[in-house]
Design a protein. Structure first.
Length: 112
């Protein structure tokens, strides 16, 4: 597609595309980069059949000193922005609305 654009628009278009993309990347790189690390786990009151299966498999492999296993999700999100409080609000909303099921799961997160 890039070669087709070069044929249609000539070398001026290619130079403009390179300059525009460099400008966009410079503006993105100026912002602070942070990561949100999110852990979603089943609530203690909810049965965890996947955790039970993993516990049984580990015990059959010789890991006998395991009391309990709970299986959850770990999600890492790369963020851009300077306002950490605003980012926390957005991540909390994303966790509540999309990344977890608040009826049966609980979540925690940290932004670094």
């Amino acid at each position: 597609m890039f070669l087709k654009a070069m044929k249609v628009f000539g070398s001026n278009f290619v130079a403009f595309a390179v300059i525009s993309s460099c400008h966009i990347w410079r503006s993105v790189l100026k912002k602070a980069h942070m990561k949100a690390r999110i852990i979603v786990m089943p609530k203690k009151t909810v049965l965890d059949p996947q955790g039970k299966t993993v516990k049984n498999a580990l015990e059959s492999m010789g890991f006998c000193s395991i009391k309990d296993v709970r299986v959850g999700k770990f999600i890492e999100v790369e963020l851009t922005g300077d306002n950490k409080a605003e980012l926390k609000k957005k991540i909390d909303k994303a966790c509540h609305d999309l990344l977890s099921n608040p009826v049966i799961e609980e979540y925690s997160f940290e932004i670094k």
